[in-house]
Ligand binder design. Structure first.
Ligand code: NDP
Ligand code: MG
Length: 380
């Protein structure tokens, strides 16, 4: 039986991963979250892991009391998450949100565990280090992000050197076709209404700004060893074609499916085998599939991410760190929607780059970018 550790089990990806684990009869060894001790307790009672961890120390104390009648070990803080990430089990599903996922994911790779990767910020900030370590340790990085899973699936059986272009699809989010004027006063509530996918708050805002697509371009550069200029972003409103690849002879192979994250989660957990069917794709019902160019003047976060990966080094970390902060401020109603891109751009301008960098340098650059955002808003 396969054994699994889920980092971020109380989130959108985490809860769906538990559904897949149940359907696939996968033994869950460890579960972690941030502060949601109530849901983690429920999950622990249902899935009976050996270990659970919460990064929030006071929430972990409450969980320890709640699970006092069980043998489940309760850990806390970032060290606790890392201990859980390196516990028994051959695969770690990395679905913490943000750069907080980087250290636990690296620790799991260091221990030789295969990674089912949802946490794109890990690749965006630490892609070079992650790839090097994964190669050294002989571990697989299996994409969970639906577009990257689609690209990975489309590349099965492809000969080296035959890939010419990646076709990265984007839903366009809730504000597709809106002008900058119309976007001035949109609220977090408007931005959280994603047309096709139900996801955590941060990635839903990233989908509305197209930052998510920008982060995915960077993620694809690291996962598939291509240049950003080899990636074409297509707005595909139906979210049925999850992405594809073009080969040297002009043939295009893509993966289609219902917008259900359980499909890519399951593929990463059962690869190279295929699992069970959760939902049927009825192409007759969908009827039409459309593809359009993204509006790069209105949705500035996408070209900003492309600029960051082209510059390389710590620029992707800077734009990501600034974005984590500006999205938080937007969700708290402290800044407007268009300010997200403006603040991210400011942090890019102020970023200090290094080409040869360590994990500590990444966290330093992340902190600097966050400070630039907070200073620009007059918060510090
Ligand atoms: P959610 O916000 O729904 O869940 C995030 C999870 O991470 C929760 O379990 C949360 O715990 C935990 N967490 C948050 N902060 C910390 C921290 N500092 N330390 C440890 N754990 C923490 O996010 P999603 O599931 O939507 O997204 C997770 C990742 O997957 C993101 O990187 C996202 O970009 C990526 N992804 C998500 C998709 C989706 O459909 N949702 C699709 C493709 C990629 P708590 O509940 O206690 O706060
Ligand atoms: Mg995606």
């Amino acid at each position: 039986m396969k054994e699994l550790i889920i980092l971020g089990s109380t989130g959108s990806i985490g809860t769906q991963s538990l559904e897949v684990a149940k359907a696939q009869n996968i033994r869950v060894r460890a579960l972690t979250a941030g502060s949601n001790h109530k849901l983690l307790e429920e999950q622990a009672r249902q899935f009976k892991p050996d270990v659970v961890a919460l990064s929030d120390i006071s929430a972990a104390k409450q969980l320890k009391i709640a699970l006092g009648d069980t043998d489940i070990k309760v850990l806390s803080g970032e060290e606790g998450i890392i201990e859980a990430a390196t516990y028994k089990g051959e695969t770690v599903l990395s679905s913490i949100v943000g750069i907080a996922g980087l250290r636990p994911t690296l620790a799991a790779i260091e221990c030789g565990k295969n990674i089912a990767l949802a946490n794109k910020e890990t690749m965006v900030t630490g892609g070079t280090i992650v790839n090097k370590l994964a190669k050294e340790k002989g571990v697989k990085i299996l994409p969970v992000d639906s577009e990257h899973s689609a690209i990975f699936q489309s590349l099965q059986g492809a000969l080296e050197g035959s890939l010419k272009k990646i076709l990265l699809t984007a839903s366009g989010g809730p504000f597709f076709n809106k002008t900058r004027e119309e976007l001035k006063n949109v609220t977090a509530k408007d931005a959280l209404k994603h047309p096709n996918w139900s996801m955590g708050a941060k990635i839903t805002i990233d989908s509305a700004t197209l930052m998510n697509k920008g982060l995915e371009v960077i993620e694809a550069v690291h996962l598939f060893g291509v240049k950003a200029s080899d990636i074409e972003v297509l707005v595909h409103r139906q979210s049925i074609v999850h992405s594809g690849v073009e080969f040297s002879d002009g043939a295009v192979i893509a993966q289609l499916g219902t917008p259900d994250m359980k499909i890519p989660i399951q593929y990463a957990l059962t690869y190279p085998e295929r699992g069970v069917k959760f939902e049927n794709l009825d192409l007759f019902k969908i009827g039409t599939l459309t593809f359009e160019k993204p509006d790069l003047d209105t949705f500035r976060c996408l070209p900003l991410c492309i600029e960051a990966i082209n510059k390389g080094g710590l620029y992707p970390t800077a734009v990501n760190g600034a974005n984590e902060e500006s999205v938080r401020l937007f969700l708290e109603g402290k800044i407007g929607f268009l300010q997200i891109a403006e603040l991210n751009e400011k942090a890019m301008e102020k970023a200090v780059n290094k080409t040869d960098y360590t994990v500590e340098d990444i966290f330093e650059a992340d902190l600097q970018a966050r400070e630039t955002v907070l200073k620009a808003c007059g918060i510090i």
